[in-house]
Design a protein around this ligand. Structure first.
Ligand SMILES: NC(=O)c1ccc[n+]([C@@H]2O[C@H](COP(=O)([O-])OP(=O)(O)OC[C@H]3O[C@@H](n4cnc5c(N)ncnc54)[C@H](OP(=O)(O)O)[C@@H]3O)[C@@H](O)[C@H]2O)c1
Length: 338
């Protein structure tokens, strides 16, 4: 077996054109790792942020890693080798994972490659009912929706707030999902429905048919009407968009309700939220193989569907990042390694 593989690497930060498909050394594994032959790797916003050197952050927070880097956290593939302390997986198992996140946030988790090293604790068996493309599309977005809405998982420091995030019960409640057509949003809609909530899905008009298919109860096209002007007495707003004026949702939420911010940077409504008795909470998604196994049952039995926006060959990662930068993604974008 050769020591080399193909990978998408960058030798400097910049736009999509810094992504180069080239030869790279095949990763070595430690005792607690497995080596996964990657069939598919999905694209997530942190891949774009890191490719760009997190230039939106203050300079003192920006990374200064040693190049070359390999981006990507989410994979699905087949186990090619297992470390000596790994007993729960074997060579040939089909698996999926979000790899070392946020541990490798500033260096890349190396998923845009033919082979990737994955800690066994980040890994779960791929749900048999879906293919590698769908499985690779799930981990980060699905774990984000799961950890916000169902189970936070292991206690870990929260970089955004002093208290631990707590999911709230959703059965019989009204949940507004902003950004409902995107990676995190389309899973949040389905998980809230699975928990028995009534869901108001907010997205641009191109996602209306999909969100009806995913059983959203009400669809709001934010390009035609501002969601906060029509939504009233909502128990939970799950904002999977972020950016400007997230506090505009507060008047739509009941007292004792909650606003969950997936991208909290720039939120300035804490005083108003306290006056209205609304809990504002966020958290950072963390790798968790046990949760992927649990949530994977919903992918297997069809309770939750993985929606694919588009696929690109791994060799065309640069073109895929051009498309991703345009936004308005429906579900997930995936790089296919073979
Ligand atoms: N806290 C965490 O650990 C965590 C984890 C994962 C992701 N995130 C963050 O969460 C955000 C979403 O991630 P993602 O993977 O879901 O991204 P994504 O797949 O790009 O989805 C974003 C969606 O938002 C929609 N959108 C854009 N502007 C909007 C607006 N003004 N109102 C309503 N919808 C709008 C877009 O489509 P349309 O405009 O066509 O509707 C798109 O479908 C990113 O900022 C990401 O960094 C945070």
């Amino acid at each position: 077996m050769t020591d080399m593989m193909k990978a998408v690497r960058l030798h400097e930060f910049g736009g999509p054109d810094v992504l180069l498909y080239e030869d790279a050394p095949r990763p070595k594994i430690s005792a607690d790792d497995v080596l996964v032959r990657v069939h598919a790797a999905s694209i997530n916003p942190p891949d774009l942020y890191l490719r760009d050197g997190y230039h939106a952050l203050p300079p003192e927070w920006q990374p200064s890693p040693s190049f070359p880097l390999i981006l990507g956290t989410d994979v699905s593939g087949k186990i090619a080798a297992v470390g000596e302390d790994v007993s729960q997986f074997e060579v040939g198992d089909e698996v999926y994972a979000m790899v070392r996140f946020p541990h490798d946030l500033m260096t890349g988790s190396n998923a845009y490659a033919e082979y990737v090293r994955v800690p066994a604790s980040d890994l779960a068996l791929k749900p048999v009912g879906i293919d590698h493309i769908q499985a690779s599309a799930a981990p980060m977005s699905l774990l984000t929706a799961w950890q916000f809405l169902v189970d936070l998982g292991r206690h870990a420091p929260n970089p955004f707030q002093t208290f631990s995030h707590s999911p709230v019960p959703l059965a019989g409640k009204t949940v507004l999902v902003n950004g409902a057509g995107g990676g995190v949003g389309h899973f949040a809609v389905q998980i809230a429905k699975w928990q028995g909530a009534k869901v108001i899905a907010v997205a641009s008009g191109k996602h209306e048919a999909l969100l009806n298919d995913l059983r959203a109860d009400i669809f709001v096209d934010y390009t035609k009407v501002a969601a906060e002007t029509v939504a009233r007495d909502v128990d939970l707003v799950f904002d999977a968009v972020g950016g400007v004026a997230m506090e505009r949702f507060l008047p739509s939420i009941k007292p004792d309700g909650a606003l969950f911010l997936v991208n909290p940077l720039g939120f300035s409504g804490h005083d108003e939220a306290a006056r209205r008795k609304i809990t504002v909470s966020t958290m950072q998604v963390r790798s968790n193989g046990a949760q992927l196994a649990e949530a994977g049952r919903l992918l297997d039995d069809g309770s939750v569907r993985v929606v694919i926006d588009s696929t690109y060959p791994l060799a065309e990662a640069s073109a895929a990042h051009h498309r991703a930068s345009e936004g308005s993604i429906q579900g997930k974008m995936v790089l296919v390694a073979d």
